[in-house]
Design a protein around this ligand. Structure first.
Ligand SMILES: NC(=O)C1=CN([C@@H]2O[C@H](COP(=O)(O)OP(=O)(O)OC[C@H]3O[C@@H](n4cnc5c(N)ncnc54)[C@H](OP(=O)(O)O)[C@@H]3O)[C@@H](O)[C@H]2O)C=CC1
Ligand SMILES: O=CCCC(=O)O
Length: 292
């Protein structure tokens, strides 16, 4: 089997790379904080010291990085992907970024003869661990086809959405809806509590009705215990709301619900909750306790 490169071993990247190893892929990893590679090495991965060194060794390289600035830095900075990408090699960015960032990376990679695919994912830490992500790919179709065995290991379904930018946009639309829903859910939990209802009973009622969904089912019980161990860091959800709102600006789409949700995520960040799970927006929505 060909060697696959993997850049970025955060919550998602670590689980995704681990799945590749578990299914027999040969994987060379790199992470900015190199010590985070150790656990992967224990499971059979090789390590390279720079993104360029990973690309040099591998037929195609996957990246899973925090945001547009990280995605650009790993490609364009010294020792970055661009130094070694060339004809016959592919680069697959699975980070959640905006279409402009993805296009910049695509143009740079293809101008050096490499092929590029964006492939952000829907699904969080547990689906990443279980190989149950939904992959939203766009770009070079031949690279998509080459990567299908890896996508099949990391995900339960892959979509090919056409030209570069479409995967990024689809991902931002999905997360904009998700972030808005989580705010409405948080407001409902506060309203139930402050009006004398049992929030657990609200969760039970919601779960039996037409708006039951896996997110309410998974996050509700931990939210009412004020427990926010990060599966999807709140700072990343706020980044996605910001990028989705910018996409709305570009297309003159009014999104007052998403704009209000973004404010709540920003407030949560200002309260120092950015590294907690995005469900910690509940703390910002709670605000001060009810006065008598
Ligand atoms: N967690 C989730 O549920 C999901 C996340 N996503 C998206 O996936 C991406 C990764 O998320 P997640 O794994 O949760 O995030 P983490 O914060 O856990 O990991 C971020 C990764 O990016 C690296 N990184 C950050 N800045 C830089 C930089 N300037 N240069 C090089 N590397 C950098 C980090 O390296 P270091 O270890 O050195 O800090 C780390 O490997 C994000 O775009 C997120 O929006 C998509 C779906 C679900
Ligand atoms: O981008 C993060 C998505 C998290 C999820 O789908 O639960």
């Amino acid at each position: 089997m060909e060697e696959v490169g993997f850049l970025g071993l955060g919550i998602m990247g670590k689980a995704m790379a681990m799945n590749l190893l578990r299914h027999g892929f040969k994987v060379t990893v790199w992470n900015r904080t190199l010590s985070r590679c150790d656990e992967l090495v224990e499971h059979g991965a090789s390590v390279a010291k720079t993104p360029a060194a990973v690309v040099k060794k591998c037929k195609y390289t996957i990246a899973m990085l925090s945001d547009p600035s990280a995605a650009l830095s790993v490609v364009f900075d010294k020792d970055g992907v661009l130094e070694e990408i060339c004809s016959g090699k592919g680069y697959i960015d699975m980070s959640t970024v905006d279409a402009d960032t993805s296009s910049k990376i695509s143009e740079a990679i293809t101008s050096k003869g490499g092929s590029f695919l964006e492939a952000p994912v829907s699904g969080s830490k547990k689906p990443a661990e279980d190989g149950q992500l939904v992959i939203l790919a766009a770009g070079e179709k031949a690279l998509y086809e080459e990567a299908i065995p890896a996508f099949d290991v990391m995900g339960k379904k892959s979509f090919f959405l056409g030209q570069v930018g479409n995967g990024a946009k689809m991902k931002l639309v999905v997360n904009m809806i998700m972030g808005s829903m989580l705010n409405a859910f948080s407001e409902g939990l506060v309203l139930a509590d402050r009006s004398g209802l049992n929030p657990q009973t609200l969760l039970d009622v919601l779960d039996l009705g037409g708006i039951a969904n896996p997110m309410f089912r998974m996050k509700g019980p931990t939210m009412i215990q004020n427990s926010y161990s990060p599966a999807f860091p709140l700072k990343h959800q706020q980044k996605d709301m910001r990028l989705a709102l910018a996409l709305g600006d570009e297309n003159a789409v009014s999104m007052p619900v998403a704009a209000a949700a973004n404010e709540a995520f920003k407030k949560a960040r200002s309260m120092g909750l950015g590294d907690l799970d995005f469900s910690a927006v509940f703390e910002a929505v709670k605000g001060p306790e009810k006065s008598s």
